[in-house]
Design a protein around this ligand. Sequence first.
Ligand code: NAD
Ligand code: 6OD
Length: 492
Amino acid sequence: MQTQETIQPLKTKPIDCLHFIDGKYVPSQNEKTFLNINPATEEVLGKVAEGGKIEIDMAVAAASRAFVGPWRKMPSADRAKIIRRIGDIILERKDELAALESYDTGKPLWLSSSIDIPRAAYNFHFFADYMASLGTDAYQMDDVALNYSLRRPLGVIGLINPWNLPLLLLTWKVAPALAAGNTVVIKPAEWTPMTATILGEICQQAGVPDGVVNIVHGFGPDSAGSALTEHPDVKAISFTGETSTGKAIMAAASQTLKRLSYELGGKNPNIIFADSDLDEVIETTIKSSFINQGEVCLCGSRIYVERAAYDAFVEKFVAKTKQMVVGDPFDSSSKMGALISEEHYTRVLHYIELAKEEGGVIETGGRRPAHLEKGYFLEPTIITNVNSKCRVVKEEIFGPVVCIIPFDTEEEVVEKANDTHYGLSASIWTNDLRRAHRVAGQIEAGIIWVNTWFLRDLRTPFGGSKQSGVGREGGMHSFEFFSDLTNICIKL
Ligand code: NAD
Ligand code: 6OD
């Protein structure tokens, strides 16, 4: 794993982004483009082709042709080999991809190099291997009949992605979709088009036939995003993004009754009991609060601490947070980089002002770091003296902003943790085994960690409860979504 100390000097330059349709890089028919802005410098990184209905129609047509062509007919062992090769090439081009990811997102280069890009490669390796182990059900009805099911790909799938972990989250969808035999049309987030663009070339190098993977850049509503969700030949949409966007997509997709998989927003609780190991808790809570500038859907932004440990936790957590260096993503000493865009930065700052109006105390942070004049940089921010009624405790901020709230009893903290329409993840800290099981069983969330956070086994179900998601992805769950089952009943 690459660490902060081992980062190589940067050679990669930002790129302009074209669509990737039917194996070729193409501009929009009307030549329209938009600018890609570097969040750390506010400078222009390059131009991005702005696609719409025409480009989506072209991409879906290419994907439909490819679906009935070589990809579907290819022996699954050959398909798996190609999918594995995509992962290999991502690793071979890791430094370049990590640099592009950091330019686009503002995240530190050490983070792109140590997590985002290796995990993107692993997504392909994992699903290529997993598909080899797939079987289906068989049910015998005594000597009357035999039932067995056939697994088939769905066809053309639309993959719509957010900007926070661009290549990691994109490959989390592309890899199982391809492994299951589908073809795809990708709509990357408008803020982070670069690594997705390169993925087209990588797929081609790996031997993916033309038309199997298509990428159309553009915006969401009334643009490439909505054209994809409305397209009659797209059989399913796998979407990661905001809960409100999920609602709009569901309405649009209902007209053609598409299958949907959703990974949406969260307002995740960290529940810290006084019997836990405080130093370990603090170390992980720093990550679960501020890694990737807090722009991870799984970040714990409501930190509930048992009253007996509350003062000690706040003191140590604030002290450790104050040591975090915010700065240039390409400077290896930066623990945190810039937020994604001016619009998002303004929104996060607005929540900090709101916290003050709601009576919150800013224990640290809340401002642009004094040494950084440009870029969407924000100090890691800790708020206390807020409660479940405050908007900063209820709403997803998606930035480096956390609230700490004391609690007295297990029942109380379970009720507070569940008092939200979100249900993505939770992290529980205790050394009491029975309590860990008891509390974990009562929290309404799709993913619960005990004494850890964001520890991932890709075979496990990943997704949110309540308004944090629809369905699960990961291992078998991804194959369930990306394929269709036909039962065949044979009378004996
Ligand atoms: P977003 O919903 O604004 O955008 C996501 C994608 O949807 C973008 O590609 C966008 O162009 C597209 N889009 C927007 N409106 C659309 C429409 N009407 N039709 C079709 N496509 C449309 O989300 P974001 O700001 O990019 O990402 C941040 C959000 O994503 C946060 O809420 C975060 O919690 C969530 N997220 C969730 C997970 C998870 O696994 N649950 C992972 C990462 C991010
Ligand atoms: O680890 C994953 O597979 C995953 N989907 C992570 C999502 C992180 C959200 O920001």
